[in-house]
Design a protein around this ligand. Sequence first.
Ligand SMILES: *Cc1c(COP(=O)(O)O)cnc(C)c1O
Length: 452
Amino acid sequence: MNGAVDPRRRVPRTDVLLADPRLAAAEATLGRARLKAVLVAAQERVRRGEIRPEEVVPATLAALPETAAGLRPVLNATGVVLHTNLGRAPLSAAAVAAVVAAAGHTDVELDLRTGRRARRGRGALAALAAAAPAAGAVHVVNNGAAALALVATALTAGRRQHGEAAGGGPAGREIVVSRGELVEIGDGFRLPDLLASTGATLREVGTTNRTALADYAAAVGPDTAFVLKVHPSNFVVRGFTAAVPVEELATLGVPVVVDIGSGLLAPDPLLPEEPDAASALRAGAALVTASGDKLLGGPQAGLLLGDADLVELLRRHPLARALRVDKLTLAALEATLTGPETPTWRALRATPAALRLRTERLRDQLAADGRKAEVVAADAVVGGGGAPEVTLDSCALALPEEYAEPLRLGDPPVLGRLERGRLLLDLRCVPVERDEAVRAAISRVPRSRRES
Ligand SMILES: *Cc1c(COP(=O)(O)O)cnc(C)c1O
């Protein structure tokens, strides 16, 4: 009698399916709601006669995502080291391990020896202080923009709150800044808007291409909270230009805050034009702000380095609590600062010869598989709004552009860049142990008619 029943009527019951050990394991990682939604869709396919009842479990498992978060790991073969759309800096294995270790209960604000409360994130702060010895004190907030917002809020607060200078803090509510440095970072985010949103007044000096010390000097007065110098990270002005170095700004008698952007803590010969925290502080900057996930190669964070009294003022400001970083960030930051070379710097320092070797190997493996690809010279860039003038001699595998979409939609997704009708895959930012994954992804792309 059973054999006569239409298989569509034999849809396995949800409670029976949820008890299946394979699905129970999926529930443990993804949660019941997520699992059930996929399961119900598979049951629906049985009703429609698309799959057999015994296929519900395998079909459900195949349709489930690997993790509960929708963020998917991708292979960055774009040749852009700090790709904003791909999450800027990838964490080092050491930082990932630190994040995993800190994910549960952790002693982030407890001294285990005394059993008393301890300074939050002291390990990360100590590591940052050690990496930036020119700074009197350091603090960490959510990102570079948050660091600037905190500085602008806290250092211009005296006048607005008390009618006159608050004890210890600078006097005025104005921020003096060059017109050549009022930059848009990206995605419509404009620095002057951020500063104005804190209630501070911007006192713009100079012109787009030229600003002199005299321009600053004429604007600085009793209302000045600080002079801000911003590194225009993502563009350059060339030709008839002039800007004032930090050394000279430091003679104006008000604090100089330098937003270096990238998070380079000390000068690096690979990026000679990129400003660094140590040089800015030695030149007399009272405070330096920077991002943690650009050239520092760490997690998203905003670094504040400089004068101990000013850093303390920032740390104690009520807004600091709203900009506070998570324990995971603190863990990743500390491991980035104390651990091995970051993936970002490994990518930046990869030599053209080593990249060519890897790319040629990839080409040869693909040739053995009957796929024609060419090894071409390419230019990689730093990205992330950093070092816009720098190109890194690189190498790429050139494929027909029809490969771009299937590779992007594959598992794992492989992202390259299109150039003159070809897809270029640059291995610079691909960890060498993932070359095989790139090869496998290419081999899975159905051959086009043009190729065969
Ligand atoms: C990137 C950047 C910022 C913003 O930093 P986020 O960490 O992205 O918030 C601010 N200023 C400069 C000069 C930058 O390069």
